[in-house]
Design a protein around this ligand. Structure first.
Ligand SMILES: NC(=O)c1ccc[n+]([C@@H]2O[C@H](COP(=O)([O-])OP(=O)(O)OC[C@H]3O[C@@H](n4cnc5c(N)ncnc54)[C@H](OP(=O)(O)O)[C@@H]3O)[C@@H](O)[C@H]2O)c1
Length: 315
């Protein structure tokens, strides 16, 4: 058994990622646990290289399933891999999780192992902190760069918002792998009443620039490729031009975020609104902590704001 999978000696939330030791959550978690009254518990990182063998993911899931003090886990980067490698090890997976094909939250209820996708919900909460629904009234569109787990979940969130509640007139998704785009197109076909979707294969940054250049004013551009954190660079070239009064969202908050730098260079001239992934991080972690410790954490209001302040101070 890998040393990372030794039986827990106190209530433990695992964190399955790539470089978990570098995340701000290690400093934040004990302070949040105190504020939330979670008792004597710990956060424990399990690192896997991207594309690890299915047997490694299955070993982690089987370990969590049978170790009594392992209460669950947050999954980052490996959400799709955990679903693909170990979907059959869960007792409960809801239909949306099965449809999107990713597991971000692992938790137990009555001895049964549950998994669910949280990005469809948490991406929506993080977006609501940047713009309100009236933003879409002028015909703005959305461009999501990257059709992995997070990009697909965000596309679901945007496409399935009630048209009356405000959503993009059209959603564009760019990826460099045609199979991912085909999967998204198939999913989209099953979403009744969803906003229109266009997928674009981009093998070079200039291909993504071309889609960007056709967006109407006010459009949203989100970097869900992981470039800047998981690998160097940006999905856009240095010549890319963001739309006038656009909303630019980088999903990550750490790393050398070139995409964010490209947006900041045009912020004043093009009247951009820019956000990184910090608020998204807060929503993701609070959602999964609530699952793992079976407690309620609101997505807005004084307690959420307090958790945000604690995290910012410990960051
Ligand atoms: N702040 C938060 O709390 C939060 C929450 C969710 C996600 N995120 C971040 O969002 C990023 C994406 O997460 P994920 O789970 O969706 O990762 P993922 O499954 O690896 O998806 C990224 C997708 O983008 C594609 N891609 C990479 N470079 C590209 C390029 N130049 N042009 C077009 N497509 C490109 C990837 O293709 P390849 O497989 O070929 O590389 C992959 O399909 C991660 O860095 C994650 O940390 C942050």
């Amino acid at each position: 058994m890998p040393t990372a999978l030794q039986p827990a000696t106190k209530p433990t939330m695992h964190f399955i990622g790539v470089t978990t030791g570098q995340s701000s959550i290690n400093a934040v978690f004990p302070l949040w646990a105190e504020r939330l009254g979670l008792g004597d518990c710990v956060l424990h990182g399990i690192d896997f290289a991207p594309g690890s063998p299915a047997a490694d993911y299955r070993a982690a899931l089987e370990f969590i399933r049978r170790d009594p003090l392992s209460l669950g886990a947050l999954v980052t980067t490996h959400k799709v891999a955990v679903f693909n490698a170990g979907g059959d090890l869960f007792d409960e997976l809801d239909p949306l999780t099965r449809a999107i094909g990713e597991v971000g939250s692992i938790f137990k209820r009555g001895g049964r192992l549950h998994g669910r996708a949280v990005d469809p919900w948490t991406s929506g909460h993080a977006l609501a902190a940047q713009i309100d629904a009236t933003h879409w009234q002028g015909g703005a569109e959305a461009l999501i760069l990257g059709a992995g787990g997070a990009g697909t979940a965000f596309a679901w969130r945007l496409a399935n918002a009630e048209a009356t509640a405000g959503r993009p007139a059209r959603i564009h998704v760019v990826d460099r792998v045609s199979a991912r785009l085909a999967h998204l197109r198939t999913l989209h076909a099953s979403w009744l009443g969803a906003a229109p979707l266009e997928v674009h294969l981009a093998t070079r940054p200039e291909d993504a620039d071309a889609v960007l250049s056709r967006l109407p004013a006010g459009s949203l551009v989100a970097n869900a490729t992981g470039l800047g954190k998981d690998a160097p660079g940006s999905p856009l070239s240095a010549a890319a031009q963001f739309p006038e009064r656009g909303v630019v969202w980088e999903f990550n908050y750490r790393g050398q975020l070139v995409f964010l730098e490209q947006a900041r260079a045009q912020e004043a001239a093009r009247g951009l609104r820019i956000a990184d992934g910090w608020t998204y991080f807060l929503h993701g972690w609070t959602h999964v902590i609530a699952d793992v410790f079976d407690c309620a954490i609101p997505t807005a209001g004084p307690l959420f704001d307090d958790l945000g302040r604690i995290a910012a101070a410990a960051r």
